[in-house]
Design a protein around this ligand. Sequence first.
Ligand SMILES: *[C@@H]1O[C@H](CO)[C@@H](O)[C@H](O)[C@H]1NC(C)=O
Ligand SMILES: *[C@@H]1O[C@H](CO)[C@@H](O)[C@H](O)[C@H]1NC(C)=O
Length: 201
Amino acid sequence: MRSPLALLLSLVAVVSAQDSSLSAVKKVFDDANIPSDLSIKFSPRALLEVSLPQPTGGAITLHAGIQLPRNATAGPPSFRIIGARSRGPFVIAAVDPDAPTPQTPTVSQIRHFLGGSFTRLRDTLTNSTPAVSDFRQPTPPAGSPAHRYIFLLFNQPPGFESQTIVTPTTSISLFNISSFAETVGLGDPIAGTFMLVAPDA
Ligand SMILES: *[C@@H]1O[C@H](CO)[C@@H](O)[C@H](O)[C@H]1NC(C)=O
Ligand SMILES: *[C@@H]1O[C@H](CO)[C@@H](O)[C@H](O)[C@H]1NC(C)=O
């Protein structure tokens, strides 16, 4: 049997592995140059929790800037939002601004997920409409440093589900989340997180 202290320490480890502070998330985004590289304003008002199911059972919940081995990122992700007043609907997008490499991102952004009509029940976000772009596992090419895979949550404007600027058949490369957000009226993201994933060894 585990001692109370060991149990407490393991609980602390679990809790502190997830984002708990808006200012800390903002700082990690700023330090990773994400607002400037995506041409977005990022002042989060809630915490976005992204969890990836694991082949061995359980799930990994991201904290902003976590590095994960590629084989832990098959997904599909599940989402929670902490600290939001609105019940939604929300749009969630995930992009890779580092393809094929962070130094020469000539095909970026790659759209790794785009889905709308997420609503909140307590902290859990669910939707019942098909994603515009289903989740794609990170696949940074051999020789590249780790890529940033950035999840952003936006308030969803009326009419979003009938937008046709991006559809399931639109190329996922050369996406621009900032210009997409502007065109469909998403405004600035209200929450986000990201992970780093390097090529398989
Ligand atoms: C990922 O691969 C590594 C090494 O190849 C292995 O040790 C690890 O258990 C794998 N993890 C998962 C989640 O499959
Ligand atoms: C994306 O669009 C914004 C306008 O919303 C623009 O300022 C920016 O340069 C574009 N980024 C790229 C990489 O083309």
